[in-house]
Each structure stands twice: as C-alpha cells, then as structure tokens.
Design a protein. Structure first.
Length: 449
C-alpha cells in the first residue's frame, strides 16, 4: 500500500516526504502539548517547570505502586472462571494419577503367554473393576478402562489376530506391562503439580480437573472502573455538528480485560466536575481509569479533583509521545487512578505505560521479557521524549505504520506491537524494543506502509 506523501509504486523507505510529515506532526504535537499549560513564574526555566517522568521510570513507578501498598487476599475460583489468573496456592495432587491401572490402547488385556481364549464381554472405560484374568485368557479392552487383576500386558488391536477357533494370537512380541498406565505413573497423592505463581492456562485447567479440583486458589483479577469524560462525545451515528464519536468507551473495556482486569463499570461523565468527583470518591474498584481532562484546559477537571480529595500524585506527565499528559495517582492505600489523555492513540500509550504495569503487578503476572527487532525503516524521533510507534512484525523486522498521530487509531488497529523509539529517533535496521499488544497475531497481512 502507498504511504501518505509517497509516489505510487515507490518504496516507503526511499521517500523523503515521510520524514517531513513525521517532523511536522511532531511540531504540531508539541504545540498541542504547550496549549493550555500554566505559564511558569518569571525567571523559571522550562526544565524546572517540566515535571514529566521518563517513560521507563513511569512504568516502573506504576509497577512499584502496586507492589508497595497492596496486599490482595487470594480467592477460590471455579475452574471455568480461572483462565488467566495466577495460582496463590500450590496445585497439589489430590489422588494418584492415574488413580488405577488403565489401558493405554484399544486392544486386549492378556494374561500369561498366548494364544489366549477371549471372553465374550469386553471392558469399557468408566465401568467397575472387571473380573481377574487367568493365564491363557484375554478380554477386549478400551483405552482408559480399568485393567483386570493379573493382566500381563495390553495387546494392541492392530497387533493381534484370531484363528478359526476364536483364539487370539499376537503378531509381534509382547513385553510385560506394555501399554498399561500403572496407578501413580504421573503423580502420587500429595505431590506438587504446580507451584504458587503459575499462570492458569487451558492446560493448567485440564490438569487441575484431572487431579480432581473444582476450584483453584488464585490472585483475584484487579477490578477497574472506567470514567469517560467529554461533552463532545457521541455514542452512536456519524460525527456531526462539532461532535465526535467516542472511540475510548468501546475500546478500553476489552483492552483492560485483555490485560487481565475485571471491568466492573463504564460511566460517561461528560465535563461535569461534580459528577467526576462523585464517581472517583464513590468507586470501590482497585483502579479508576479516566479518559481526557488531564491537561490544563478550562474543562480539564482531573488534577483539581485529585488535589481536592488529597490524592497522592505519583506520575504527572510522562516524557512519551503520544500521551504526554497522562498521570497516575494513589487515591487510597488500595486504590489508584490512571488518567489517560483524550486522544485515542495517546490513551493507548497511557494504557500501556501506566495501567498495564500496575494491573500486571496487581494480578501477580510476571513482567514480560523485553525483546527487540530491527526496524525496516528509519523513524523520526522526538528531541527529548520517547515515541511509541505502531508496527507490524514481518519475519525478523518491525515495519512502522504511518497513521500514528495522537488522535489516530488506523495504525494501532493493524499493529502487532508498539516500537519504543528513543529520543532522537531510530535508524533503519536499528534494534528497537517492542511492546506486544495483548491480542497480537503474527502474519496478519494488513499494512499501511
């Protein structure tokens, strides 16, 4: 596909227009950031009034905030609701597995050397203990069925034949105990199957069920309440009359769920300061997420409300583009607020910068191992801030997507990850840290480069 400002058929990396457009976008972004800022007192340098936190430090602050103050009580969760949680107690075997000798194959249970006389009635899985076998005797048996006492081995169906008199013969050598799963082969009662801290995957659910569990003891999901701000937002139909569609209301709840949270409520507050204060002080969620209202404009109420209720501001602005005016506050010892910018991609930046580390820590999930890939083309950098750029992964390269302005979702909707571009930018082929998106699927051939 053709990038903005690129001639049809020309490679994107050969176009000077892309760099110019990105540079102009950064200039516009910087102007937007300055708009509405409270001027510094006379004689105060820009650096002195700039309280923004470096991007990596902001992420660590969010993770540390959850570690430092919150002690979450483990809960008993039915297996059907436990996917994605973290075990808060070891998964110990409640019984031997298997709990009785079972057949590993369809065939015949045989006793002694052959040939064997075959019983009329076979043995099926789920039935009571069958009658013992005597030497020279065999019985049809299904996979998973209980092994009769005194069985020598299980002869697979494809390895046996019957003669004209109905006697069973083996077509290859039989080894004592073959194709029998003995009791306790996988574990003995009381063995630790999985330790504390194990993430509950579908396989863990299967193991827990096989071991006899109906519930597991786990760290509960963090509870999140979303407050959507802005009088200009429509909930349906096309943008009109100076009003725009709310993109964050539909986007944030499933994104937060993908990060392991339980979204308990989504409220539309508009630009009503009193309603926002009531919603923040009345919330019982572990994390309150607000959208917009974090800058210094006439209807940006988040800062004044946090100050009015005595909240502790942990992060007030982050040196990242987009998303600079994000914030993190501690409302109570066991409750935090993440203020996201109102622009959609800037809000995504805030979500991954502040909400993701905090939620991950609350849920006891380990931090993902950082990884890098070389960029397929150069990316314009901000002079002193980190940039987060949507990319798609193509083989061993990260391909930047060029619809990456603060208000744009077209790039992130097609992305596999965000590239963490350091101040000053990144060269073509330079190894760059990547942040995976929680639902990213490699190989989706949608690319706006």
């Amino acid at each position: 596909m053709t990038a903005p400002g690129t001639r049809a058929g020309a490679p994107a990396e050969d176009s000077d227009d892309l760099d110019v457009e990105e540079a102009l976008a950064l200039v516009r972004e910087a102007k937007d950031d300055r708009a509405g800022q409270v001027p510094a007192p006379a004689g105060q340098a820009h650096g002195e009034r700039h309280r923004a936190t470096p991007w990596a430090q902001a992420r660590e602050t969010a993770a540390r905030a959850a570690r430092a103050r919150l002690r979450r009580t483990p809960v008993s969760v039915p297996l059907g609701d436990a996917l994605g949680l973290v075990l808060a107690a070891p998964l110990d075997a409640l019984t031997d597995l298997p709990s009785f000798d079972t057949s590993a194959m369809d065939g015949w249970a045989v006793a002694g050397p052959g040939p064997w006389d075959v019983r009329d009635e076979g043995v099926l899985a789920g039935h009571a203990q069958p009658e013992p076998l005597t030497d020279g005797e065999a019985v049809r048996i299904a996979t998973g069925a209980r092994i009769p006492s005194d069985t020598t081995a299980v002869l697979r169906s494809e390895h046996g034949r019957t003669d004209a008199q109905g006697r069973l013969h083996a077509t290859r050598e039989i080894v004592h105990g073959q194709d029998i799963r003995p009791r306790g082969q996988e574990c003995r009662s009381g063995d630790q199957l999985l330790p504390v801290g194990t993430r509950v995957t579908p396989a863990v659910l299967g193991l827990a069920a096989a071991a006899g569990y109906d519930t597991v003891t786990a760290v509960p999901r963090p509870r999140v309440e979303v407050l959507v701000l802005g009088d200009e937002l429509l909930t349906e139909g096309r943008p009109r009359d100076g009003l725009i569609r709310d993109a964050l209301g539909p986007m944030l709840p499933p994104w937060l769920r993908a990060l392991g949270a339980e979204v308990v409520a989504v409220h539309r507050i508009g630009d009503d300061a009193k309603a926002l204060r009531r919603a923040v002080t009345g919330s019982t969620a572990d994390l309150v997420v607000t959208t917009g209202g974090t800058a210094g404009g006439p209807v940006d109420h988040v800062h004044p409300i946090l100050e009015g209720i005595g909240a502790e501001l942990l992060v007030d602005g982050v040196k990242v583009r987009p998303g600079h005016p994000m914030l993190l506050a501690r409302i109570k010892d066991d409750q935090h607020l993440v203020g996201l910018p109102g622009n959609p991609l800037a809000a995504v930046s805030g979500l991954l910068t502040l909400a993701e580390p905090l939620l991950r820590t609350l849920a006891a999930h380990p931090a993902p191992e950082p990884y890098t890939l070389p960029l397929s083309e150069a990316v314009q950098g901000h002079p002193y801030d980190t940039r987060l750029i949507p990319v798609v992964l193509r083989g061993d390269r990260a391909v930047p997507l060029h619809y990456n302005g603060p208000a744009m979702l077209r790039g992130i909707a097609a992305a596999d990850a965000l590239a963490v571009v350091p101040p000053g930018g990144a060269r073509q082929g330079e190894e760059t840290e990547l942040l995976d998106l929680p639902w990213a699927t490699a190989g989706i051939e949608v690319c706006f480069t």
